[in-house]
Design a protein around this ligand. Sequence first.
Ligand SMILES: [Zn+2]
Length: 245
Amino acid sequence: MLLGMAIRPRIDVLKRHASAFTEGVLGRDLPDAERWTRASLVRCRGPWCLRCGHSAPRPLSITEGCPYCLQTRGVLDGVCRVGQYQDGCAALVLALKFRRWWELARPLGQRLAWSLRAHIGAGRVAQSVVVPVPMPLIRRWKRGIDHAGMLAQEVARVCDATYYRALWRRGSVAQAGASRTARHRATARGWHVHLRARSRLQGRDVVLVDDVLTTGRTARIAGGLLREAGARSVTLGVIAVADST
Ligand SMILES: [Zn+2]
């Protein structure tokens, strides 16, 4: 359902926020993670389309859809989010992602877990497999933090669901390790699915976790691979959605 959406990447916005935030906190004591999360999210919460994640004047169900996704079909069965990618929400995500402030993974992961439980049901989430969107190994090594993995682990913990790193993306650093176990098969564009994924995902509902939804391309690739591996449904859970302009 995300296929065909005309969404412009918001990379310029991302960079602007990253720069502003870095200048704002560099050299200062970082605020309390829970308190800062609570205060920041006040301004960026709001209704959205459960089908594609975009902001809407009122909550829109999977079947309703919105003008962005009404005529399209995709691999995702819905999008749950914490907020819109702006102001405070953007600063939180960027602090986790680029400032390596790992303490934020807990309050942000909790908020995402609450959103998932509220919108697709606590029982269904508990029966789901929570899979993080993988970061290329070389980038993960450079950044020193796997933010999507940390968020996914927190979601799984709060929802009492199963955490499983079903996907990974090739990086030049860790090729030797991957070939030694021979547990993965190659897929297009450097994406890989764990060889045991089919047995663990067959017929299961999957919650795919990432930090931000922008163009939807990454989520579509990951969702497609999880579908091929046998997942019955794939719901994307993100901290923030960058609305198209
Ligand atoms: Zn929509």
